[in-house]
Ligand binder design. Structure first.
Ligand code: SF4
Length: 384
């Protein structure tokens, strides 16, 4: 929700390592420092160097954004900038800023998937270069959502009104900071999307252990989790459509937990909760769910496909072997009871691709009648 209050080029902080911004930059910190920043409006910081990840070319069929999240450690390993072994560990991202370029047309919701995962890289912060159009769409949507919040009695009204004014000011004069053409980076990783031809997962139990699908295909799958702050509504539609086509009851135990109540309401309205129910999916309350590790847990020693942020040992379940993957791949694994081959996965990916425009619609509140109607009735009260 806080992401929907962001202004472009804002510098912020927060107490959770996943307080990562899709716009501007966030430097997560300890609670003392966060409290200091909140009280004084400044935060002492030695500006770290940056590692540039530059994507180029076109995304290949069946490849999802989550695969690009995992492509970053995968390519870093190939370049010797990251090692998986704990002894003598190399991690070029650690304590640095991860700057991502070359995916300018992502929606801001999609961009969050990349910035959120900078926590797994141990990066101090993350920036993503986005087009002004993507940002404008997000702000237009958020202005409506914030007005709707006012109409529903959320506080603090004055703060929300100030945010709306800030967004409107940016929309009237849409300027964005950019890296200098001659900027220097500690490291540069170039990823040609033409070379990313198959999904990339992170193998048990380390988010740095990025591997191609063909290297892990065939491993059995006991449980599947689709949820966490790495997911958005499009992932739940994609999984729901695959389950609907499958039509049966899953032999695996599948968990679904949309990140927000608004996602849940929308998915319910569109009939996806009915599909999950018919497939025997265990539907969790919106929020962190299994990812938190102290709410629900997978069975001891289960092999799991998960869309959550990190697969540290014992986080999702005691002795569990957790692969991190896209929601799309996780849903295929839930249906098959094993990690699919690349060919099997691509067959399912074709099904997803056939209705991609409907599946990957994001919560654009300025296009949703139930929100615009209430937003239109809100009269801004404060001189901001
Ligand atoms: S979903 Fe997981 S990583 Fe994200 S905020 Fe919740 S517990 Fe943290």
């Amino acid at each position: 929700m806080l992401n929907r209050m962001l202004l472009p080029d804002t510098v912020g902080t927060g107490g959770d390592s996943h307080t990562r911004f899709p716009l501007g930059i966030s430097f997560p910190a300890g609670s003392g420092l966060v409290a200091f920043a909140a009280a004084t409006g400044v935060m002492p910081l030695d500006m770290p160097e940056s590692v540039l990840v530059r994507f180029k070319g076109e995304m290949q069929p069946g490849i999802t954004l989550r695969d690009l999240v995992h492509a970053i450690p995968y390519y870093a390993i190939q370049q010797g900038l990251l090692t998986v072994e704990k002894a003598g560990k190399i991690n070029a991202f650690s304590g640095r800023i991860l700057e991502i370029e070359g995916l300018n047309n992502l929606t801001v919701e999609q961009a969050f998937e990349l910035s959120d995962a900078s926590a797994e890289r141990s990066a101090a912060g993350c920036t993503i270069k986005l087009s002004p159009e993507s940002i404008a769409e997000y702000l237009q949507s958020n202005i409506v959502m914030l007005k709707w919040m006012i109409s529903e009695g959320y506080g603090d009204r004055r703060t929300i009104e100030r945010r709306i004014a800030g967004m409107e000011a940016w929309l009237a004069n849409p300027e964005l900071m950019e890296a200098d053409a001659d900027a220097e980076y500690a490291e540069v990783i170039e990823i040609d999307l033409a070379d990313v031809k198959e999904p990339i997962l992170c193998a048990p139990n380390d988010p740095d252990d990025a591997r191609l699908l063909s290297d892990v295909a065939g491993d059995k799958v006991d449980e599947v989790f689709i949820g966490s702050c790495m997911t958005n509504i499009g992932h739940f539609r994609a999984a729901g459509k695959l389950l609907d086509k499958f039509g049966g009851s899953l032999s695996t135990r599948m968990w679904v937990a949309p990140p927000t109540k608004m996602d849940r309401d929308q998915l319910t309205e569109e009939g996806y909760y009915g599909i999950y129910g018919r497939a025997g999916v265990r539907i969790e309350t919106p929020g962190c769910s299994l990812c938190m590790g102290n709410q629900a847990r997978v069975a001891d020693k289960a092999t799991v496909l998960s869309t959550s942020t990190r697969n540290f040992p014992n986080r999702l379940g005691t002795g569990a072997n957790v692969y991190l993957s896209s929601a799309e791949l996780a849903a295929v694994g839930a249906i098959l009871g094993r990690i699919p081959s690349v060919e099997e996965y691509q067959e399912y990916a074709k099904q997803i691709n056939a209705t991609a425009a409907d599946t990957y619609r994001y919560l654009n509140f300025h296009l949703m009648g139930q929100y615009t109607k209430k937003a239109e009735e809100v009269i801004i009260q404060q001189a901001v």
